[in-house]
Write a protein that binds this ligand. Structure first.
Ligand code: 5RP
Length: 233
């Protein structure tokens, strides 16, 4: 049986140059991509915001660098919860969006790998936008989210009492919006609230989306022509 996430990862692996610095996010499609990097014996240096991805790379003998020691990434790959045809994406589930967006900004190319269920004409906002927030700013940020038309909820853990603490030691607010008129403007508005470190709404950094469909792989580019990839010749 076909595994379209695996095919998506295989298509992504064809874009990696030997001896480059690459960013890898988290999730099951990235896990397949790690397998291809290993299988193809690519000599790359990897940076990642994800603890899980880092452990997997190290266990597979791949070279992982600390992001703080580099100032530029050649190409970065990531998953997302949802991405639209205008290259806006939500990356809310993992709660690691601050470092994911940093890697996206440092990269020449930031490419999302999705199956077709996640590629939509306009973001549905069924998922909340997540804001990583300084603890002192919790109530101030919550009040401002309400003023912008959203409903804030502190993210809590099912396996621990109290709020979820991010990898960076901050708190996470899930902000639900029913209807968003101007998606890039909302990213700017949320990011400009004092005390917000970053949000899981990505509107400016995505350069390509590789979509795994039942009838093949499609690569959508922000700046170039879109094209199809043949996995099985
Ligand atoms: C969570 C993410 C993950 O990258 C995404 O959910 C991974 O998806 P998949 O397992 O389908 O590759 O952005 O916010």
């Amino acid at each position: 049986m076909r595994n379209i996430k695996q095919e998506c990862a295989q298509a992504a692996s064809k874009l990696i140059r030997d001896h480059s610095i690459i960013g890898l996010g988290g999730g099951s499609t990235i896990t397949y991509l790690i397998q291809y990097i290993k299988q193809q014996n690519l000599h790359v240096n990897i940076v990642t915001p994800s603890f899980t991805t880092k452990s997997l790379c190290l266990r597979n003998g791949l070279n992982v660098l600390h992001t703080s020691f580099i100032d530029h990434i050649d190409i970065a790959f990531d998953g997302c919860d949802e991405v639209d045809k205008d290259f806006n994406a939500l990356k809310s589930g993992g709660g690691i969006h601050t470092k994911e967006k940093l890697i996206a900004n440092m990269a020449n190319e930031y490419i999302l790998l999705v199956d077709e269920s996640k590629f939509v004409s306009a973001l549905t906002f069924k998922q909340p936008i997540v804001l990583e927030v300084l603890e002192d700013a919790l109530e101030y940020v919550s009040k401002t989210i309400i003023e912008l038309g959203g409903e804030p909820n502190y993210r809590k853990s099912a396996v621990k009492d109290g709020v979820t603490i991010s990898d960076n030691g901050h708190l996470l607010i899930d902000a639900t919006f029913d209807h968003v008129e101007d998606i890039p403007k909302l990213e700017d508005q949320l990011n400009s609230i004092s005390g917000v470190i970053d949000t899981s709404l990505f509107t400016k950094v995505i350069t390509k989306v590789i979509v795994a469909k039942e009838d093949g792989i499609e690569v959508y580019s922000k700046n170039d022509q879109s094209y199809r990839v043949k996995i099985h010749e």
